[in-house]
Design a binder for this molecule. Structure first.
Ligand SMILES: Nc1nc2c(ncn2[C@@H]2O[C@H](COP(=O)(O)OP(=O)(O)OP(=O)(O)O)[C@@H](O)[C@H]2O)c(=O)[nH]1
Ligand SMILES: O=C([O-])CC(=O)C(=O)O
Ligand SMILES: [Mn+2]
Length: 622
């Protein structure tokens, strides 16, 4: 406390003194001394403190005002537009190598990051912020403290997370909390991080602390988002629950029935677009905790806001997001095109100006970057940050429920051009966990730095964030069922099937129909066709739902093309997945291989009888 009294001015010191937690005091004193900020501001839960942070983001030039009240724009460096997987490392004692995890020796990592952070905040203001993960006063609640010299990062967190200062006060010495230390590092004249060669995101799994330096992009910096996610995955696997890269939504069934679904798709593969579908209600779009209570799986959103992809948001497909983005509520637009104080983005469905300012600085149509690539109006991974409370379709009761909501179904999906049908249901928990979750593959996207469009193994859409050995993670999933009286049904979707010419086989809104079908299946309201890879919808049910939901004719030809069982592709996939688990992953539960083997057998038998490409009508006739 004496050190803190020296480091903070009176008013800020009093705010910290009100929290009776010596561990927190020690952490703050140590890091404030080390980072050497010119000034420290401690955020309580007051409106006033939140306003201060918002104003500082403008004052320091990390955000600029737009024409619509409460709208601002923020830019990240042109080469700092996505998550940096290479420089994101898990610090583990001895630097133990774990397949698919990017690890580093803990002592070495801590030493390196401390050196990079020594005095990094000279001339800057440090914001000390308190938040919680999950709903307040609930079994899901995890307190966290964030230190950052970026008012933009702090501002984003106020939009995305529940405030936690009072919670720290209430918990006092009992608080077990996560810690995040971030510095954007030296900034250039556009107020973007300059020393990208020294960009590091180090996750200390032992100390439950994450360090991030020389970067601003939200996925690398917003402590409570993907940085905390590595810590919660570890915690969940230790304690026997699930911490997942999933949306949480309510699908509205017949006669006012409410059924909640989670959905795990890799970054930029449709979580937000699904959770925002007009007929249903959103609870969360990115991170979900699922815990067993009295034999029931209950889910809660970790966050209370959306850091969503803006590319492709247009008035027809995303009317709700579109409306919110055009209303005067608090929004941060990042890495979009600005002209005359208005934001524009790729594929927004209206005409956009041919010059302005964007993530590359001054921009004009045809401008090229250093590598000779043409720069689009906005970055593919440009995003908007907004609180869920502003969405007319939010299920507020579910969002704040201290015990979460009962999960009726869990969906897995990815970018797959040629293998999986648009929707199918697993035979049981094990079948779903293995062939839909653990076997998930998806093409890489612009949400991470590096090449796009490469098919990659991405179990449970979570591989980028995995912080425990994959075998342990899968075992925890398989065992989770034993804690339940009734397990959620598991489904797999594929929005990204293409024909021989590369055209999409489905429209973006078709997912509305798949959701309604899954809702009916959870309650056993419709029959389905048994195939070697699970249950698929009957044509008649889909045709009716297409008419009811989308007012569209769904042809038998479209159905047959989309739901054909593609045996060669499915067998090749099993080969790939089995090889990965046999050769690269350690201590894989034997059940995984059994389930894959059973699926292979079913496919081989079906091929014997019906050939390589099996029409759903043929299977239905059986
Ligand atoms: N072809 C096609 N594209 C889709 C569909 N649904 C979503 N997309 C595209 O997928 C991209 C992003 O999807 P989001 O829903 O924002 O991604 P997310 O899963 O929430 O991703 P993160 O926030 O990165 O975790 C956008 O470019 C959409 O246009 C679909 O049904 N078909
Ligand atoms: O964390 C981020 O940068 C945004 C996101 O949701 C993802 O990449 O999955
Ligand atoms: Mn995500």
């Amino acid at each position: 406390m004496e050190r803190l009294e020296r480091l903070l001015d009176k008013e800020q010191f009093e705010k910290i003194r009100a929290i009776n937690n010596p561990e927190l005091h020690e952490f703050l004193a140590e890091w404030i001394e080390w980072l050497e900020p010119d000034k420290v501001f401690v955020c309580t839960d007051s409106e006033e403190d939140e306003h201060y942070v918002r104003w500082k983001a403008l004052y320091y030039g990390e955000e600029k005002l737009l024409e619509t009240p409460n709208h601002t724009v923020h830019y990240d460096n042109y080469y700092d537009q996505a998550r940096d997987k290479t420089n994101t490392k898990l610090l583990v004692p001895g630097g133990k190598e774990i397949p698919f995890l990017n690890t580093k020796d803990r002592d070495e990592g801590l030493k390196e990051i401390r050196e990079l952070m020594k005095g990094v905040m000279r001339g800057k203001e440090l914001f000390v912020c308190f938040f919680v993960l999950g709903p307040k006063n609930s079994v899901f609640t995890i307190p966290a403290v964030q230190l950052t010299d970026s008012a933009y990062v702090a501002h984003s967190e106020f939009i995305l997370y529940r405030k936690g200062y009072e919670e720290f006060k209430r918990l006092g010495r009992q608080a077990r909390f996560f810690r995040f230390v971030h510095s954007a590092g030296e900034l250039d004249e556009r107020k973007t991080s300059k020393n990208l060669d020294k960009r590091r995101i180090y996750i200390d799994l032992v100390g439950e602390t994450v360090y991030s330096v020389n970067t601003q992009y939200g996925g690398n910096t917003i402590g409570l988002k993907k940085l905390a996610f590595r810590l919660t995955i570890q915690k969940a696997v230790k304690e026997g629950w699930l911490s997942e890269h999933m949306f949480l939504m309510r699908v509205n069934g017949p006669n006012g029935r409410k059924t909640y679904f989670t959905g795990a798709y890799p970054s930029m593969c449709g979580k937000t677009s699904t959770a925002m579908i007009s007929w249903e209600n959103i609870v969360g779009d990115d991170l979900t905790f699922i815990m067993p209570f009295n034999g029931v799986a209950r889910g809660a959103n970790v966050e209370k806001g959306v850091f969503g992809i803006i590319q492709g948001v247009n008035p027809e497909d995303d009317p709700i997001i579109w409306k919110v983005l055009h209303s005067p509520v608090e929004i941060i637009f990042s890495n979009v095109l600005i002209k005359d104080g208005k934001p524009y983005w790729n594929e927004m469905g209206v005409e956009i100006p041919n010059e302005g300012e964007n993530h590359s600085g001054k921009w004009w149509c045809g401008k090229k970057d250093k590598e000779g690539n043409e720069i689009p109006p906005s970055h593919k991974n440009a995003r908007f940050t907004v609180s869920l409370e502003h969405f007319p379709n939010v299920d507020l009761e579910a969002l704040e429920a201290p015990c979460g909501v009962e999960v009726g179904g869990m969906i897995f999906g990815g970018r797959d051009k040629d293998t999986w049908p648009p929707v199918r249901e697993a035979f049981d928990w094990k079948h779903g966990v293995v062939t839909m979750g653990a076997a998930l593959e998806s093409e890489t996207t612009a949400a991470t730095l590096g090449k796009e469009g490469v098919r990659a193994f991405n179990p449970m859409a979570i591989l980028d964030f995995m912080s425990v050995p994959l075998g342990d993670y899968i075992r925890n999933y398989l065992e989770f069922e034993k804690k339940l009286r009734k397990a959620p049904k598991i489904f797999a979707v594929n929005y990204f099937l293409r024909d021989e010419n590369g055209n999409w086989l489905n429209h973006k809104l078709d997912k509305a129909v798949w959701l309604k079908w899954m809702e009916l299946r959870v309650h056993g309201d419709v029959d389905a066709i048994e195939t070697p890879i699970g249950y698929i919808p009957k044509y008649e049910d889909l045709a009716r739902l297409f008419r009811e939901v989308l007012d569209k004719e769904y042809t038998r030809e479209a159905y047959e093309k989309q739901f054909t069982v593609r045996v060669p592709e499915l067998l090749a996939k099993i080969e790939r997945i089995e090889k990965i688990y046999r050769e690269q992953v350690r201590e894989v539960p034997e059940e995984l291989f059994q389930v894959l083997e059973e699926e292979r057998k079913r496919l081989l038998e079906a091929r014997e009888r019906y050939g390589d490409y099996i029409s759903p009508f043929v299977l239905e006739g059986e």
